[in-house]
Design a protein around this ligand. Structure first.
Ligand code: AMP
Ligand code: MG
Length: 406
């Protein structure tokens, strides 16, 4: 009799829906603008004031009255950005002005310095002027009371700048999930230490911590746990005490010392223990005290691919991100590809543009332990079950992980 897992194989879609149903949105906190990059807005942002707040010169030049027919105008002074004067432009006069300065009283247009010539306190205007020319009216960019950013959007450089531009120094965002990261396995060693026979370096704790950070979470390393009930139970209790999410790697397949599933069963609820996919089939999802726990497979590629498909969506949702899915793009294979005929397989690839078309090139051998297959990959090709062979030029779906280069 072959040994079979007691856990039914569930679909990727079922797995993801189960995870999202158990990944609650976290509370909110206020952060200053200097801490806001990458955070997700917990509220709509309404501009308290208009931008610009006064009619402003869009160019360096002269503030004039457009309807003034005078060829030459007498210069009565200058208006600089940030310095208000009491000048009033009357017919036949002009005020020298710099970009960003308030339009002086009486004026209704600015003439770029390139269309003028100045001599002895007089300026010649060498083009036709219409009211409003090169003046930025009040609220041209942003009106007072306008909704400028939406709840659920992620703050990048432009968003942070926009908050500052409307005068806000702090903003309400969702809390970041604190994510405990635990490696399991008697064979694992800390990088930097000498290896004994049979040992390998712990790669997953570092790759997963980096992935958590990129997903907006706060990684908390819990070190390496040995393959014993005691060590794993202890580590899990510690992980749960101070964190919102737990991510482990290793110890979930069919080996004698794959102990995590029974431990999770004893402490909480295992929602699924196997998914019809490659790599990552033994990926396990549980909740303990209502906290999501991801027990990822140990092979470094399996761990990162299942993180991408299952953990990242949970972390984004918990932060209130309403727009977390990665873009999916139809691409053409640059060469023939062998794939799993029975399970959806995620092959690591580089998507690039050639003659206006999106092509995909697999990043070498696709073994679950070969982290090099993820190095330089900007996409996962999502290859559904089929006959196991896709000829060159086949159309496939790419899940984009990073921007596409040339
Ligand atoms: P397991 O899921 O524990 O059976 O592990 C599957 C494979 O992944 C084994 O070859 C392990 O040695 C390897 N592995 C497990 N954890 C790690 C880790 N943290 N870093 C690198 N390789 C690992
Ligand atoms: Mg193991």
């Amino acid at each position: 009799m072959p040994v079979t897992s007691p856990y039914p194989l569930v679909t990727i879609e079922h797995a993801l829906n189960t995870i999202l149903a158990h990944s609650p949105i976290l509370g909110t906190e206020q952060v200053s603008l200097t801490r806001a990059l990458g955070r997700v807005l917990a509220e709509d942002v309404i501009a308290p004031a208009a931008v610009p707040p006064f009619p402003a010169a869009a160019k360096d030049g002269y503030a004039v009255i457009a309807a003034d027919k005078a060829g030459r105008r007498r210069i009565i002074g200058e208006q600089l950005a940030g310095r208000l004067s009491d000048l009033r432009v009357e017919p036949g006069t002009a005020v020298r002005i710099t970009t960003g300065a308030a339009l002086p009283k009486g004026a209704d247009a600015v003439v770029m310095v390139e269309y003028t010539s100045e001599r002895d306190g007089w300026v010649e205007i060498e083009k036709e002027v219409r009211a409003g020319d090169d003046v930025r009216p009040v609220g041209q960019d942003i009106e007072a009371g306008q909704r400028v950013l939406e709840r659920g959007s992620t703050l990048g450089p432009a968003e942070v700048g926009l908050l500052a531009a409307v005068g806000l120094s702090a903003v309400q965002v969702h809390c970041q999930p604190r994510v405990a990261i635990l490696s399991t396995g008697d064979e694992l060693r800390e990088p930097g230490q000498p290896l004994q026979p049979g040992q390998i370096y712990d790669a997953n704790r570092f790759s997963l911590a980096a992935a958590v950070e990129l997903a907006g979470g706060v990684p908390r390393s819990l070190g390496i746990a040995l393959d014993s009930l005691d060590a794993l139970q202890h580590a899990l209790a510690k992980a749960l005490a101070e964190n919102d999410v737990v991510v482990t790697s290793g110890g979930v397949s069919m080996g004698k010392l794959d102990l995590l599933k029974p431990i999770l069963e004893a402490r909480g609820q295992v929602h699924f223990g196997r998914v019809i996919m490659k790599p990552g089939k033994p990926v396990t999802f549980a909740t303990v005290d209502q906290k999501p726990i991801f027990a990822l497979p140990g092979f470094p590629v399996s761990a990162l691919v299942s993180f991408e498909l299952f953990v990242r969506p949970a972390l984004r949702q918990m932060q209130g991100d309403l727009d977390w899915p990665r873009p999916r793009l139809t691409v053409r294979l640059a060469h023939a590809v062998q794939h799993d005929a029975h399970r959806t397989e995620y092959q690591r690839a580089r998507v690039y543009v050639e003659k206006g078309r999106f092509l995909a090139q697999i990043t070498g051998a696709q073994g679950s332990g070969r982290l090099l297959s993820l190095v330089g990959a900007n996409a996962l090709l999502e290859l559904p079950p089929g006959n196991g062979f896709l000829p060159a030029d086949s159309e496939v779906t790419a899940l984009l992980l990073q921007p596409i280069g040339m």
